[in-house]
Design a protein around this ligand. Structure first.
Ligand code: HEM
Ligand SMILES: *[C@@H]1O[C@H](CO)[C@@H](O)[C@H](O)[C@H]1NC(C)=O
Ligand SMILES: *[C@@H]1O[C@H](CO)[C@@H](O)[C@H](O)[C@H]1NC(C)=O
Length: 342
């Protein structure tokens, strides 16, 4: 009996906390499967502790290495936006195929070994039950909370893909200097509208960008749209036109509050302190500028549409039912004779 009271308390606490941002593409939280085969609390019977174990690991890792939360947030984009949320991002290269992690778009991705830490904690409790794809998505959700962002209830039930999608990564992930029209159309194909794109790029309110992705805005000529004070800062951090690829030279994405997921990103854009060309274009383009202004003014507005866009991203074309597998180890697909029958 006591267990149920606790469960009810925990549930209502979570609802209270999350109500404001439970604005996902699909609002059915009553246990019914959506068209894409995902459902709230998929592991309710098979591994009831799964979501709490993941949340706890994310919190513990965040205490030791704050930048793990940046990685969980970036991962959901790099996995889900490339055809499917299927943890293909996590696969290592094999003799036959190169991993997504090794493509140019993945430059700077880090902390994969700590994702294994989360997976191992889940496997200790429920071996072979929880997919790496769901761990990747839920760790992003929980990482956002560590960074001070909104809590977003998300569905589960994704299964893990068996193939690297490295060959098509560039068709889905825009480059740092892509035109805004291309960026908008790539996201629109996933069901994320213009406002959603502006909100989602607010992820660049945390973390860092290496000089290789920035120097073309500084050398040989300085991009005239950049704030002069920010140019000085960027040149200080990136003193060479051709940065040594081995040197760890980078600029923080949001100099004001680099560790917080907040709307200061939009304030920066309005002050011509956007780091990447794609960032700065959000303020330069008339389609996106109104949303930048609104998000700069209201953190709540930013959080609301960030949570909504994150939900859509997390539901992009998942593998469900008996497609894919439940990987034992996130960086390796299962050997065929050990494929989980669950
Ligand atoms: C037009 C789309 C996007 C482009 C072109 C882009 C590009 C980049 C680039 C070039 C970096 C710097 C990597 C480095 O030098 O280490 C970066 C960092 C980052 N991106 Fe994006 N990004 C995009 C969208 C997103 C989205 C949608 C999210 C999450 C929802 C995201 C989350 C992050 C995070 C958290 C970092 C910091 C990572 C760290 O410090 O480890 N990005 N992005
Ligand atoms: C709740 O589940 C039923 C099916 O059991 C479904 O028809 C209904 O749309 C769901 N409610 C919501 C709000 O999604
Ligand atoms: C974007 O930057 C890359 C270098 O990172 C460069 O090779 C490419 O030509 C640039 N594209 C455009 C459209 O400027």
């Amino acid at each position: 009996m006591g267990r149920w009271v606790l469960l009810a308390l925990a549930l209502s606490a979570q609802l209270l906390q999350s109500q404001a941002y439970n604005v996902g593409s699909s609002s059915n939280t009553n246990g019914s499967y959506g068209e894409n085969g995902l459902v709230m609390n998929y592991y309710g019977d098979s591994c009831p502790q799964a979501e709490e174990i993941i949340a706890e690991q994310v919190r513990l890792l965040y205490k030791r290495h704050k930048n793990t939360a940046f990685s969980w947030l970036r991962n959901i984009f790099h996995d889900c936006a490339v055809e499917s949320c299927d943890a293909s991002l996590l696969l290592d290269s094999t003799r036959k195929s190169i991993s997504e992690k090794e493509t140019d778009r993945s430059f700077g991705l880090r902390n994969f070994r700590y994702l294994d830490t989360i997976k191992e904690a889940v496997e200790r409790e429920c071996p072979g039950v929880v997919s790496c794809a769901d761990i990747l998505v839920l760790s992003a959700r929980d990482g956002v909370v560590s960074l001070g962002g909104p809590y977003t209830p998300l569905k589960t039930g994704r299964r893990d893909g068996r193939k690297s999608r490295a060959d098509v990564v560039e068709n889905y992930l825009p480059d740092h200097n892509e035109s805004i029209s291309t960026v908008l159309s790539r996201f629109k194909a996933m069901g994320i509208d213009t406002r959603g794109v502006v909100a989602l790029l607010g992820a660049h309110s945390v973390g860092r960008t290496h000089c290789v992705k920035l120097v073309h805005r500084l050398y040989p000529e300085v991009d005239p749209t950049l704030d002069p004070g920010h140019v000085e800062h960027m040149k200080h951090k990136c003193p060479d036109a051709i940065p040594n690829p081995k040197a760890v030279q980078y600029v923080r994405n949001d100099r004001g509050t680099p560790m917080k997921l907040d709307n200061n990103y939009y304030v920066n854009l309005m002050n011509n302190k956007g780091l990447l060309i794609v960032d700065q274009q959000l303020y330069a383009d008339s389609r996106t500028r109104p949303y930048v202004k609104k998000m700069a003014k209201s953190q709540d507005y930013f959080f609301k549409y960030f949570a909504r866009a994150l939900t859509i991203l997390s539901e992009n074309n998942p593998l469900t039912g008996n497609r894919g597998e439940i990987r034992r180890q996130c960086s390796l697909r299962n050997k065929l004779h050990t494929i989980s029958k669950r």
